[in-house]
Design a protein. Structure first.
Length: 194
């Protein structure tokens, strides 16, 4: 086996133990969460057992950490990030985070439009935090109709009816943090009412 790969594999056990201890999780708690026996988890952490993909997937999910980060695999190949755009509601979402679950980060592009769109309010589980990079955002949350200029932040509970669009027909660029569990972020400024 390649010595570099051997070194990565040897470091997995101590890394797994460090993650578990840093989070204050006992082997019994981790076993109950993953369905992996305490003895197997203990042997993995001590290096007495080699980790398998199946075990790593259980642990990655339990810790909410990408596999590469969990095992400390060296980054390989092209260091550029290749974003796969998601197009919804006439907008483009560029995922900026790779974590499974937890808070997700996106760059959101709202295109310029000659005619303003009529807001179609939606609700869903979670909490959203938005930082306006460029342009002026029109944000409707419940009964409030706000204009949010560049370098301002807004956050709201997405169970409230809401809609995002351009306030003036121009393009808008945003950074968005979204959390299904409702975790809140703090921003430096508040929007000005429309």
């Amino acid at each position: 086996m390649d010595p570099a790969m051997e070194e990565v594999l040897d470091a997995v056990g101590p890394r797994l133990r460090a993650v578990r201890l840093a989070r204050g999780i006992t082997l019994a708690d981790l076993s109950a969460t993953t369905g992996v026996s305490e003895s197997t988890l203990s042997r993995l952490e001590s290096g007495q057992r080699r980790v398998t993909l199946e075990l790593l997937l259980h642990l990655s999910h339990a810790y909410d950490i990408p596999l590469d980060d969990l095992v400390g695999a060296p980054r390989a190949g092209d260091p550029r990030i290749h974003l796969k755009p998601i197009r919804r509601f006439g907008m483009t979402f560029l995922p900026l985070s790779r974590r499974p679950g937890g808070t997700q980060a996106f760059k959101l592009l709202i295109p310029a439009r000659p005619e303003p769109l009529e807001p179609t309010l939606q609700t869903h589980e979670g909490f959203e935090w938005v930082y306006v990079l460029n342009g002026t955002l029109r944000l409707v949350v419940g009964e409030r109709d706000l204009r949010v200029k560049a370098d301002n932040v807004v956050e709201w509970d997405t169970s409230m009816p809401h809609w995002l669009g351009s306030a003036d027909g121009g393009a808008v660029e945003l950074l968005v943090l979204f959390d299904m569990q409702g975790a809140r972020a703090r921003g430096p400024a508040k929007p000005t009412p429309h």
